[in-house]
Ligand binder design. Structure first.
Ligand code: C2E
Ligand code: CA
Ligand code: CA
Length: 832
């Protein structure tokens, strides 16, 4: 009710305020004028009368003294009387010193009167006042009765006719028979009283005025202060309203804010908590009000230290942010991002800290996912190249700091993965890759890193090794596990891996170099045959440089006739007749001597020079065949079989250039067979089939080379327009020692026949093999048992003469000596 007090004050009229003072003053005035003043006047009148009496008594005392002087004889009686008269004449008293003493005798004769000397000596017994009173008779009778007061009217000498009421005291001085008197004019007394009355009245008037003025002043001040109060009040009300509105507005915003808004006071109590806290923490706002430590309690223990530091720092800092995790009331873990700002009041008075909390769980998860994605391979979830490089770098740092610290990086490439992928589909390929990742992980320790670089390339970082040798045994175990068959659904495949290993100390400064070295070593392992591993040596680096130089040399060699073609006869198994020749490229390097195709063909494929080489071999072999055909009628059935690399399918004009060459040398299409591997077709199936179909329809024959090493399915084989299968040498060479191989060869031959295809057995080296193949009703054979790849001249010797053939046999032996070491080592994997 505080505001009702102000209107009451406003309603108080001046009259109401004055009333009490008027009342008090009236009572006071009544008391003064009705009781006090009359009593005062009364006593004053008495006082004046008695002053006259006392004075008369004093005068009589004086006369007594003069009489005593006369009695003592010092002066005469008359002298005494005279002195007494004069003495009394001079005596005055009263306020204006005009009250006097007169003397008359018992005969009413005036003896002495200070103002009316005219009356002295006169008999005044007839002297009466206006009321008819014989004044002197009255004096005398009163004096004779012992003295007393007499009232009468007296006439002034200077104002004739004017009378004034007077009260006089008279006393007899017996010895001399004198009546001594003195009186007071009642008008004078009244005038004095009136004057006093008027003064009192005026005083009251003044008092009243002062009271009025005072009241007026008080009233005005009251009105002013009331106005001021009113103004302050309205201001305050307005301010209050504005504040309330502001607070309501803020509350509305804060209450509906998506983020959790909270205000923690300087004493760490929770001053405000928006309802969003329930969505984020599971706790309603009341909980935070009841328990101010709840805010800290929900922070998960791992992040509590960070939170404490953050909250403490907010006492000093203006603002700050922190990402931390909380546990909700449902036991869920969530990421929360806090933005805090210190709140200060007037003159910087600290009002606590305002917090804004946001649920950033999704963002964090995304961030985490992105980070993971950035560093991991999506298919296998293994580390990717970036993460692998980072780990290698860390290992290199450790190796620099620690004495007996060893690590190894192993680069793994799956052998023939592309064939698996192409023949059984990408889904199957993906499964193989994932399973490979699992196998790798199961053979390393948790501190090691397994990563995939895309395709079928994996890199292992083997960390904290007891010795470099430990890396080799780990790799051997992995190789063993990889060679176990992969089984998915109805399919089962077998693959192996080629490993390149770099052992610490690496001698490199950059992790990229370490990887490159591992890669070089892996390529060396691949070159050595499948399922190998090689440890990187600086010599390999030299080798890699040599490879580069070799590429240049090859370009030059092609232009300057460093290449030639060898011809290996393909024989009819029953008649022992030469059916045709397989054309095999040879390179005579000016400084390194003869370089085998196993070295320069992959290099030519890598560098893109395979097209030039292929075209050159084709032209050369067709040219030679055309010559032979011209020389004898017996040679009209001969064909050349030319190897075709998968890269050559990419040449758009391959079919046209092949046909043009045939035409150029006047050869029928049946004079040419093209050898393609299963994997070459699978590398680029559409292009392969397109080229195959065009050339096949033109009458050119096709053989599938190295059959059995790829994964051609029967249905795929049926769709290919080929006429010959060449069973891979690896099956033939072991068919008599390994019954499983015999079964495979048997099955392949049966399959080929069922598809109406011819079979050529490659790499026949002895009689046993030949007999077995005869039993299996294989039509054609090719191998060292019959002929090694022959020079043009040697081939001609076989074709055209015995003499020449004998010469050729000699040449053949020298060639065999030259070729056998590398060709013999082809079949069995040898570890470095
Ligand atoms: P390939 O097509 O399988 O050729 C047959 C390879 O087996 C030849 O090796 C040949 O010398 C060897 N060989 C033949 N009979 C026997 C035998 O009884 N025992 C043993 N151990 N080996 C035998 P070469 O000439 O070193 O050729 C290797 C590979 O190089 C060829 O394998 C072929 O894929 C490729 N190649 C050779 N010349 C060319 C070419 O002109 N173009 C293309 N694209 N590839 C070629
Ligand atoms: Ca071949
Ligand atoms: Ca072959």
């Amino acid at each position: 009710m505080p505001n009702s007090r102000f209107p009451t004050l406003v309603r108080l009229t001046p009259l109401r305020i004055l009333m009490p003072s008027i009342l008090v003053l009236s009572i006071f005035a009544a008391a003064v004028f009705l009781i006090f003043l009359p009593a005062l006047e009364h006593s004053y009148r008495h006082h004046r009368k008695y002053v006259a009496r006392d004075f008369v008594n004093v005068a009589v005392g004086m006369l007594e003294r003069f009489k005593l002087e006369a009695d003592l004889g010092r002066i005469s009686e008359s002298r005494a009387k005279h002195l007494g008269e004069e003495q009394l004449r001079a005596m005055r008293y009263g306020d204006e010193r005009k009250d006097y003493i007169w003397i008359n005798d018992l005969n009413s004769v005036m003896v002495m009167h200070p103002y009316r000397s005219d009356l002295e000596g006169k008999d005044l017994s007839d002297y009466t006042d206006s009321t008819g009173k014989a004044i002197f008779n009255e004096f005398i009778s009163t004096a004779l009765q012992g003295g007393g007061f007499v009232q009468y009217y007296w006439q002034f000498k200077d104002k004739p006719g004017a009378e004034s009421r007077k009260t006089s005291y008279v006393r007899l001085y017996e010895p001399w028979g004198w009546v001594v008197g003195s009186g007071v004019y009642m008008a004078d007394v009244q005038a004095q009283i009136n004057q006093f009355r008027n003064r009192t009245f005026a005083g009251f008037g003044l008092l009243l005025l002062i009271v009025f003025l005072l009241q007026a002043y008080i009233l005005r001040q009251a009105a002013l202060s009331e106005q001021r109060a009113q103004r302050i009040k309205t201001q305050r009300e307005r301010l209050f309203l504005a504040l309330k509105e502001g607070e309501e507005r803020y509350r509305t915003i804060a209450d509906f804010a998506y983020d959790w808004e909270a205000w923690v006071g300087p004493d760490k109590t929770i001053l405000y908590s928006s309802p969003a806290c329930e969505r984020i923490t599971g706790h309603p706002p009341e909980r935070f009000f009841e328990n101010p430590t709840l805010m800290r309690d929900i922070v998960i223990p791992e992040d509590r230290k960070a939170w404490d530091t953050y909250a403490r720092e907010m006492d000093r800092r203006e603002s700050g942010t922190l990402d931390f995790r909380i546990r909700t009331s449902h036991g869920e873990e969530r990421w929360v991002g806090a933005v805090a700002r210190r709140v200060s009041g007037i003159k910087g008075k600290p009002l606590g800290v305002r917090y804004s909390f946001r649920d950033i769980t999704d963002g964090k998860a995304m961030e985490e996912q992105l980070r993971h994605q950035a560093l991991h391979d999506p298919l296998t979830a293994l580390a990717n190249r970036t993460l692998c490089l980072d780990r290698i770098e860390q290992a290199m740092h450790r190796a620099k700091r620690r004495e007996s610290y060893y690590f190894a990086v192993a680069f793994l490439d799956l052998d023939r993965f592309k064939i698996i992928n192409d023949s059984l589909g990408h889904r199957f390929g993906d499964l193989v890759l994932m399973e490979t990742g699992n196998r790798l992980k199961s053979h390393v320790r948790s501190l090691d890193t397994v990563s995939r670089f895309g395709g079928d390339e994996f890199v292992l970082l083997l960390d904290e090794l007891a010795s470099p040798g430990e890396a080799i045994s780990i790799v051997k175990r992995i190789r063993q596990s990889l060679s176990q068959p992969f089984r998915f659904g109805n399919h089962e495949v077998q693959t192996t891996g080629s490993f390149g290993i770099v052992l610490s100390p690496t001698g490199s400064d950059r992790p990229e170099d370490v990887l490159q070295h591992a890669n070089i070593a892996m390529h060396r392992a691949k070159e050595a045959g499948r399922n190998h591993f090689k440890v990187f040596t600086t010599r390999m680096l030299d080798h890699a440089v040599d490879q580069l130089n070799l590429e240049n040399d090859m370009r030059r060699g092609l232009a300057h006739g460093a290449f030639h073609v060898r011809y290996q006869p393909i024989m009819d198994i029953s008649s022992n007749r030469v059916l045709g020749f397989e054309a095999l490229a040879r390179w005579d390097h000016p400084t390194r001597g003869s370089i085998p195709p196993s070295e320069f063909i992959p290099m030519a494929e890598d560098s893109g020079q395979i097209s030039d080489l292929g075209r050159w071999v084709l032209r050369q072999s067709l040219k030679d065949l055309a010559e032979w055909r011209k020389q004898s009628d017996d040679t009209h059935h001969l064909f050349v079989s030319v190897n075709l690399s998968s890269k050559q399918f990419a040449q758009p004009d391959l079919d046209r250039s092949v046909l043009a060459l045939l035409e150029e040398f006047g050869l029928p299409p049946s004079a040419l067979k093209l050898e393609i591997t299963e994997s070459a077709i699978m590398d680029n199936p559409e292009a392969a089939v397109r080229v195959l179909k065009r050339l096949r329809s033109a009458g050119i024959g096709f053989s599938i080379d190295d059959f059995g090493t790829g994964y051609s399915s029967l249905s795929q084989l049926r769709q290919l327009p080929v006429d010959t299968l060449k069973v891979d040498r690896s099956f033939i060479s072991r068919m008599n020692t390994d019954p499983e191989n015999m079964e495979i060869v048997k099955a392949v031959i049966a399959l080929a026949h069922s598809l109406d295809l011819n079979v050529i057995a490659e790499g026949v080296e002895d009689r046993d093999q030949l007999c077995s193949l005869l039993d299996l009703r294989c039509e054609s054979v090719q191998g060292f048992y019959f002929h090694r790849p022959l020079t043009k001249q040697d081939a001609e010797a076989i074709l055209f003469g015995r003499k020449a053939a004998e010469d050729a046999a000699q040449t053949q032996q020298t060639v065999a000596k030259k070729e056998s070491p590398q060709e013999a080592s082809d079949s069995d994997p040898i570890e470095s």
